[in-house]
Design a binder for this molecule. Structure first.
Ligand code: 5AD
Ligand code: SF4
Length: 443
């Protein structure tokens, strides 16, 4: 979401007449986008701003010799409020997540001499500039469809900083995706903290919208139906999801719409019913696994990825082993593991953070090792199959080879031929598997 918000700000700044600098060494204006989901993320963003301010004042290592304006945007600003100026007394401006549309004006004010401007967003604010895109830059694009989050998971600060859910009108989303496709975008990724709650808090479809041709009644599958019909678009992805959103209509949409990629990022957080309850996740282990089974029932190759938190307060060895076994049963294609980090103001912050750091690190490593093995086994099953790969360009590791992703979001590395172009779909036969990559040749 931050990548997308930064891109929108870039587009708004370009529209206001600014030019993109090659890097911070050339930049006059630097805006740092921040995350506060874990303590370390916030510290990095604040630390980066501190270094830039030092550069502006000619102190420290001058990484950015030309910088005149330093701004901070995003979730950390909302969490800190006016205290942001305690950490960064000479910050030029700070702007909360739903107010990035004001940035070009704030920058102009700072260039005119103002400093220490604070713009905090309201919990129900509808931002401006959400549909701004940098034209012609890529064949892939993020599209925000749902802002904020109304789940109140005990450990999570997102609802406090990104506010209440707001679903953008479907009509606006469809228009945005049509415009992107007309400019060469082949793949969109629809964004929301819990994107399957699209249209729940506020209606996304209005009475004047044409009825769903397929008779879809739920807002999100109906959006997939509308986007599947967009000319020129080849792929639709979305993230993140909650098992409660894995309805029969969603499965029908996966089955009926060829552009909808058969991949779901479905954060599980824990495999222990006791911990899930404490976290306020509103599902049991069995319900989670039922959602996984439902997706794999119609396509055994359906890719499922997840997020897991290790070291939640009170997490015992038994709870942890339950997470391990759930991960095996679910057969995740990829997993992001996070060490629990208490966030101020969340319900779990009142609990003692009693799993020692060394133990969190051990559990993290165990799950990573498990996933490495599991990834190898899962990928080996795909050797001999032909994958449709959206070619991204030369691979970072070895520029003689190209890489891209299949519908399941798996990285596929292959030898390019004469005809292959960035942003086109090629058929690749898989010849070898690695835990995180498939290797193959164009058929
Ligand atoms: N500590 C550790 N991980 C967290 N996440 C969210 N809040 C916390 C926290 N306080 C993780 C969850 C979520 C991902 C984006 O970040 O796993 O799915
Ligand atoms: Fe945080 Fe839970 Fe909302 Fe995800 S669903 S953003 S973990 S509160």
């Amino acid at each position: 979401m931050n990548v997308r918000d930064s891109e929108a700000v870039e587009a708004l700044m370009l529209a206001a007449g600014y030019e993109k600098a090659a890097g911070e060494a050339e930049a006059d204006i630097v805006i740092v986008n921040s995350c506060t989901v874990r303590d370390m993320a916030e510290r990095k963003a604040v630390g980066k701003c501190g270094n830039l301010i030092a550069a502006k004042e000619g102190r420290g290592k001058t990484v950015a010799p030309n910088v005149k304006v330093v701004g901070l945007m995003g979730c950390a600003v909302k969490r800190m409020g006016a205290d942001v100026f305690k950490s960064l007394p000479r910050l030029d401006f700070a702007v909360g997540p739903r107010r990035f549309g004001t940035i070009p004006r704030l920058v102009a004010r700072c260039l005119a001499g103002e400093t220490r401007i604070l713009e905090l967003s309201g919990d129900d604010e509808v931002p401006t500039g959400m549909d701004a895109h940098v034209g012609g830059s890529s064949f892939q694009s993020y599209v925000t469809v749902l802002l904020g989050c109304d789940n109140r998971c005990s450990y999570c600060i997102v609802p406090d900083v990104r506010g209440h859910e707001y679903s953008r009108p479907a009509r606006e989303v469809v228009a945005e995706v049509r415009a992107l496709a007309a400019h060469g975008v082949k793949e969109v990724c629809l964004l929301g903290q819990s994107v399957l709650r699209y249209g729940v808090r506020n209606a996304a479809w209005s009475e004047d919208d044409p009825p769903s041709p397929g008779g879809y009644t739920e807002a999100f599958p109906r959006l997939l139906e509308a986007l599947n019909a967009v000319d020129g678009l080849e792929r639709i992805r979305f993230t993140s999801a909650h098992p409660k959103g894995c309805t029969d209509e969603l499965v029908r949409a996966y089955r009926e719409f060829p552009k909808v990629c058969r991949h779901l990022h479905l954060p599980v957080q824990s495999g222990s019913d006791r911990v899930l309850k404490e976290m306020g996740r509103r599902y049991t282990r069995a319900e989670y696994l039922a959602a996984v089974a439902k997706l794999r029932a119609f396509d055994p190759e359906f890719a499922i990825t997840t997020d897991v938190i290790v070291g939640y307060p009170g997490e015992t060895e038994e709870d942890f082993e339950a997470t391990r076994s759930l991960m095996d049963e679910a057969g995740f294609d990829n997993a992001f593991i996070f060490k629990y980090s208490p966030r101020p103001g969340t319900r779990s912050a009142a609990l003692t953070d009693d799993v020692p750091t060394s133990e969190k690190e051990r559990r993290d490593q165990v799950l990573l090792d498990d996933q490495e093995r599991r990834g190898q086994v899962r990928n080996e099953r795909l050797v001999g199959t032909v994958r449709e790969v959206l070619a991204e360009g030369p691979s970072l590791r070895n520029s003689a080879r190209w890489s891209g992703r299949d519908g399941g979001n798996r990285i596929v590395v292959f030898e390019p031929n004469e005809g292959v172009r960035t942003g086109t779909i090629v058929k690749v036969r898989i010849t070898a598997a690695r835990p995180q990559t498939l290797i193959g040749e164009i058929t």
